[in-house]
Each structure stands twice: as C-alpha cells, then as structure tokens.
Design a protein around this ligand. Structure first.
Ligand code: CAA
Length: 277
C-alpha cells in the first residue's frame, strides 16, 4: 500500500495514514487503502485498533481538495458515499478503535476521528469542519456525528462558522477524551515528543482494552452504537440480547470463575487471560 501502514503489536493494530506531504489528506486511493486495511485485520489476533496520521503535524487535514475541486454533483455524491462507506465500516468495526490525533483533524480528518470509538489528541491538535468556507457541507458524516457527540447547538456553531478549535476546547466540549503533551525534563527540554507521548497514551489505553474479555468488549461496542440509534426500550432490548450472548463463553466462565476463586482464597491468580471464545 502506498498511503496506509499497518502493524500489530501485542494484540493492538496500528493503522497509520501515511501521506505526510499532503498532511495525510484523504483522496480516493487513501480511502480504498483504508478499506482494504480494515478488511485485512485479523480479528482473532487483534483486540483494539489505533488510527493515526504520519508525522507530528497532521492527523488528517481533510478530504483531498484538489481531487474534489472539479467534481460534478453526481461525482461529489459518489465521493461522499465512498468516504461514508469506509467511515461506517470503521464505526461498526467489531473491535474498538482509538483515534490518536496528532495535529490537524480538519474536515474529513475530524470526521474520521469521530467514526472511532475514542479520541485522544496531542496538545497541538486542531479540530474543525471548515467545509462551508470551501463552498460545501461536511461530507463524510460530520453533520451527523459532530451533533451526536457534542450536541446540536455546538455542532451547528462550529459547522456554520467553520471555526477550528484547539485541543483544550475540543476536550472541554467532549470531542476528545484526553489531551497529551510532550514530556519535558527539569531543564524544560523535550524528552518525549507530543507524538510519541500521544502514541504511548494510545497504546496504554488500547492495552487496557485488549486484556479485557474480547467478546464482552465487542458486545459493549455493539450495544452502545446500536442503542444510540433507537428508543431506550429498544436499546435495553439490544443490551439484553448482547448480555445473554456473553454467557456460556469460555471468557465468561474464566472471568467469573476467577472472581469466585479469589473470594475463596485471595492468593489465587488475579489475572485472567481471555481467549476470545
Ligand atoms: N487536500 C489536499 N491537499 C492538502 C489538504 C487537503 N485537505 N490539506 C493540506 N494539503 C496539502 C497542501 O496543499 C500542501 O501541499 P503542497 O505542499 O503540494 O502545496 C501541503 O498539504 C501542506 O499544506 P500547507 O502548505 O497548506 O500547510 P500549512 O501548515 O500552511 O497549513 C492547514 C495547514 C491549515 C491544515 C492547511 O493545509 C489547510 O487549511 N488545509 C485544508 C484544510 C481543510 O479545509 N480541510 C477540509 C477539506 S474539505 C473536506 O474534508 C470535505 C469532507 O467533509 C469530506
């Protein structure tokens, strides 16, 4: 692949959008490669994904403006569908996805981060939906997901004014879960760059997810995602089904068995290795 890198470390898969010269802007090829990368993830071996952008400056600076500049109405719609199809795949991906946002997350960049389950960012990150300044609407789900994440009033303000916001404000409005800074020594010198600190924080969070019972984690993702689309009555019915689905699994027996063993004898092993069955 030319623009997407994928590596796996300790049950955590890292997808890196690698088009640094264009600040990792999403053209059709990047979208196709992302799609193929997701299809190739080995769900038996990987329990959490991290999505990031190459370099320190930009996560994703949006959909590719050069490619979009000459599109017809029909081609614009098809390009929107292409992005939306990949982002929906990411949103519905069976295992959790953490967006590690290093720098610009504008337009399609903000939108792809919102398709992930959790966003953490470096303190130089900037989020925004600048599309109306380009004469278009957000086209990869921004009008839908931003409103769901930060509320309709705040989403409308950000989208109508095309105003970009810094990491601290993104945190304040609940768009990101965590902001990570470079680590400095006592002399004020950088000992770990913001990007490295961000990736360490993302790995730490991913590892904390990867050790949990995988069927249960997947079912939680499904229950939350599907429940958000329906009434509370339908939502709890979805939860009941997915809750029930966890029983009789080896992981449920191991998890609960471990708890009960510990009660009998506190010296018994506390760490359960879940097997995804
Ligand atoms: N599409 C295509 N190329 C892009 C790009 C984008 N979205 N964003 C940056 N680039 C390219 C630039 O053209 C430039 O390429 P060249 O070196 O070949 O000229 C390179 O990346 C570096 O960019 P800048 O020189 O502009 O870097 P900067 O530090 O001065 O500015 C920036 C950084 C503020 C992010 C600026 O690049 C920018 O405003 N980019 C566009 C952001 C944007 O409007 N994104 C939304 C796109 S629309 C969208 O995403 C629609 C949708 O919802 C689907």
């Amino acid at each position: 692949m030319e623009f997407v890198l994928y590596e796996v470390k300790d049950a955590v898969g890292v997808i890196t959008i690698n088009r640094e010269k264009a600040l990792n802007a999403l053209n059709s090829q990047v979208l196709d490669e992302l799609n193929a990368t997701l299809d190739a993830v080995d769900l038996d071996a990987v329990r959490c994904l991290i999505l990031t952008g190459a370099g320190e400056k930009s996560f994703v600076a949006g959909a590719d403006i050069g490619e979009m500049s000459t599109l017809t109405k029909a081609e614009g719609e098809a390009f929107g569908k292409k992005g939306n199809d990949v982002f929906l795949k990411l949103e519905k991906f069976p295992i959790p996805v953490i967006a590690a946002v290093n720098g610009f997350a504008l337009g399609g960049g903000c939108e792809i981060s919102m398709s992930c389950d959790i966003r953490i960012c470096s303190d130089n990150a900037m989020f925004g939906q600048p599309e109306v300044g380009l004469g278009i609407t957000p086209g990869f789900g921004g009008t839908q997901r931003l409103a769901r994440l930060v509320g309709a009033g705040m989403a409308k303000q950000l989208i109508y004014t095309a105003r970009n916001i810094k990491a601290a404000e993104a945190y304040r409005i609940g768009l990101v879960n965590q902001v990570v800074s470079a680590e400095l020594n006592e002399a004020g010198e950088v000992v770990k760059s913001a990007k490295d600190a961000l990736m360490d924080a993302a790995f730490k969070m991913a590892a904390g997810i990867a050790v949990q019972a995988p069927i249960a984690v997947r079912n939680c993702k499904k229950a939350i995602n599907e429940g958000l689309q329906v009434s509370i009555d339908e939502g709890v019915a979805i939860e009941e089904k997915l809750f029930g689905d966890c029983f009789e699994t080896e992981d449920q027996k191991a998890g609960m068995g471990n708890f009960l063993k510990k009660k009998d004898d506190p010296t018994k092993v506390k760490v359960v290795t879940f097997v995804n069955k």
